[in-house]
Design a protein around this ligand. Structure first.
Ligand SMILES: Cc1cc2nc3c(=O)[nH]c(=O)nc-3n(C[C@H](O)[C@H](O)[C@H](O)COP(=O)(O)OP(=O)(O)OC[C@H]3O[C@@H](n4cnc5c(N)ncnc54)[C@H](O)[C@@H]3O)c2cc1C
Length: 538
């Protein structure tokens, strides 16, 4: 019988499993799909000569994450690669905002939009320099972040606590207007806020946009050499070197509870896997509380909150391409960027978000476009490009803001029409793009969910990033901690604080909560010893 069972081999499950294994626990990970990784996987499904990231692709949060950093995955063969530029946002008039890892280069680009905007970017970065590390420590710790909170408070005092708090709460449109006269800086902030489901007018979209931009400025948007799957492989290898096991094709159907304590997991095959000490669930909050744990073990208030107040994030529609040649961007500055944002301006982003809010499929989708061979030349043959784009659509669709009558049925006809809509959008910034397509793969919301049950309805972040479902409100108003109403059971997925993205903090917080359960202090000291020890090789 293992000490711990982890349900789900996404990055959070695997980080949690590694931390438990470091503490000397035996760990078994049960994964529904035939491969580990959750939304961190790559394959050659579009074209055998091209590596495509099936879901996530760029990892600034992983680069900044203390939890992932402590695992020293480079010792397991993980290597990172960067595109020449981090991010580009071309405009219809040919200008292009560019975020470069060289601060002076970003500032010089923004200066072309309006005099003084380069210095404004450097000012925003100076604040990050003072508080960034402590802020990340604080955001990624379980709530309340006591030790990291004190450190942040000390650094924030110097930077002006009230000003920083205000910046974090601002809608990104307002933040951009306060700092920049030109469109470039405003677009970088607002486009990054829309990496989550935060419209330019929503509270904290300013803080989130600033955070993502500053992570980009400091760490870039790195990608694993060889594909996103290389990150997963490193996590699995590390776990296996410590005696842990990942079993794929094992869908958990029930968390078995005896006397108020989680004692095991039943799988779709009817097997029961007992857990001596803890169960970490890298599944969505609704799945854990309404499908895996029997209702009688759940407080009625929590179930009511899940039904009434829990909000999924936007749904997602993704297309992967194998391109014969690089993307023919009209703005040459976009050619070297790993990520390219497609939107005609901040107003266009607002229009896009408003169409989603009113349950309409956007007619001019905001696209995040990835140039993976530009970021990592191993992804496809010389002179070609492994590319993808995704956009968001509503979870519930009332109508189509475009002319195609899309209903959200996402049958073959609707999938092709929506993929064409994305291609037309890209074509308007890169005339000739469609002529370079050698192969394409469509990942509609239904497809995403079939490949990973956590991506319910195409949601990518385990629930909205909006303020009302963050911190102590995540996943429902409560503690903001990974403990659940069932002893020995921990929510370890992006559904828990601090939410979506590949940083492993949700899994790390769950593992640490399990290790700190009273009576397990010996495990904590073993974990501390393990951290200072170099990982053993097999
Ligand atoms: C299209 C897309 C693009 C994204 N882009 C980025 C990006 O570029 N950068 C970034 O940082 N983040 C990105 N994200 C978000 C990020 O990938 C997720 O937030 C992150 O993977 C969450 O990790 P997790 O471990 O909580 O869950 P997941 O990665 O979703 O993993 C959950 C795992 O649990 C398994 N599972 C679920 N139910 C069961 C069950 N009953 N029994 C057994 N196993 C089960 C699933 O099969 C899956 O393997 C993206 C996500 C998507 C979908």
């Amino acid at each position: 019988m293992p000490d711990a069972v982890v349900i789900g081999a996404g990055p959070n499950g695997l980080v949690g499993a590694n931390i438990l294994a470091d503490a000397g626990w035996s760990v078994e990970v049960l994964e529904e799909q035939d491969q580990p990784g959750g939304a961190v996987r790559s394959d050659r499904g579009v074209d055998p000569a091209f590596v495509s990231d099936v879901f996530s692709a760029f990892y600034p949060l992983a680069a900044a994450s203390p939890a992932l950093g402590a695992l020293r995955l480079e010792d397991e063969g993980l290597r990172w690669s960067h595109a020449p530029q981090v991010l580009a946002h071309p405009l219809p008039d040919g200008r292009c905002a560019v975020l470069d890892r060289d601060l002076a280069a970003t500032a010089a680009n923004l200066e072309t939009f309006a005099p003084g905007d380069g210095a404004a970017w450097q000012d925003l970065h100076a604040v990050w320099d003072r508080v960034g590390e402590d802020l990340i420590g604080c955001l990624f710790a379980p709530f309340p972040p006591l030790r990291s909170g004190m450190k942040l408070l000390a650094s924030v005092r110097a930077a002006g606590a009230l000003r920083l708090a205000r910046t974090m709460l601002l809608p990104v449109r307002r933040l951009g207007e306060e700092h920049f006269d030109g469109e470039g800086g405003r677009l970088l902030l607002a486009g990054n806020a829309l990496h989550a489901d935060l419209s330019p007018e929503s509270a904290v979209s300013g803080g989130f946009g600033w955070l993502m931009c500053m992570l980009a400025q400091t760490h870039g948007f790195p990608v694993p050499v060889g594909g996103a799957g290389a990150l997963t492989q490193a996590l699995v290898r590390r776990l296996e070197h410590r005696g842990g096991r990942v079993r794929c094709g094992q869908r958990a159907t029930e968390v078995v509870v005896r006397g108020g304590r989680a004692v095991g997991v039943r799988t779709a095959y009817g097997d029961a896997v007992r857990a001596r000490r803890a169960i970490l669930a890298d599944v969505s909050a609704p799945t854990l509380y309404t499908r895996l744990v029997a209702e009688e073990h759940m407080p009625p208030g929590l179930l009511r909150d899940l039904r009434r107040t829990f909000q999924w994030d936007f749904s997602t529609f993704k297309v992967d391409w194998a391109l014969d040649r690089p993307v023919p961007w009209a703005a040459p500055e976009a050619a070297g960027a790993g990520t390219v944002h497609i939107a005609d301006g901040v107003d266009d982003l607002t229009r896009f978000a408003a169409q989603i809010a009113t349950k309409h499929v956007p007619d001019r989708p905001f696209a995040l476009f990835g140039q993976m061979t530009t970021a990592d030349p191993t992804r496809s043959p010389d002179g070609t490009e492994s590319a993808w784009a995704y956009t968001h659509v509503p979870q519930d669709i009332k109508g189509d803001a475009g002319d195609d009558g899309l209903t959200g049925a996402w049958d073959e006809r609707e999938q092709n029409l929506m993929a064409d809509r994305l291609e037309v959008r890209i074509e308007s910034y890169a005339p000739g793009f469609r002529d370079r397509i050698r192969g394409r793969r469509i990942l509609a919301p239904t497809t995403l969910q079939s490949l990973n049950a956590n991506l319910e309805g195409g949601a990518i972040n385990g629930g909205t990033t909006a303020l009302h479902q963050q911190l102590v409100f995540r996943p429902t108003p409560g503690t903001g901690r990974p403990e659940t109403p069932v002893k020995g059971l921990y929510l370890a997925s992006a559904g828990a604080h601090p939410g979506g993205g590949v940083h492993g903090a949700c899994g790390a917080n769950a593992a640490r909560a399990a290790l700190h359960t009273p009576g397990l202090q010996y495990a904590i000291s073993a974990a501390q010893r393990a951290i200072t020890r170099r990982p053993p090789k097999p």
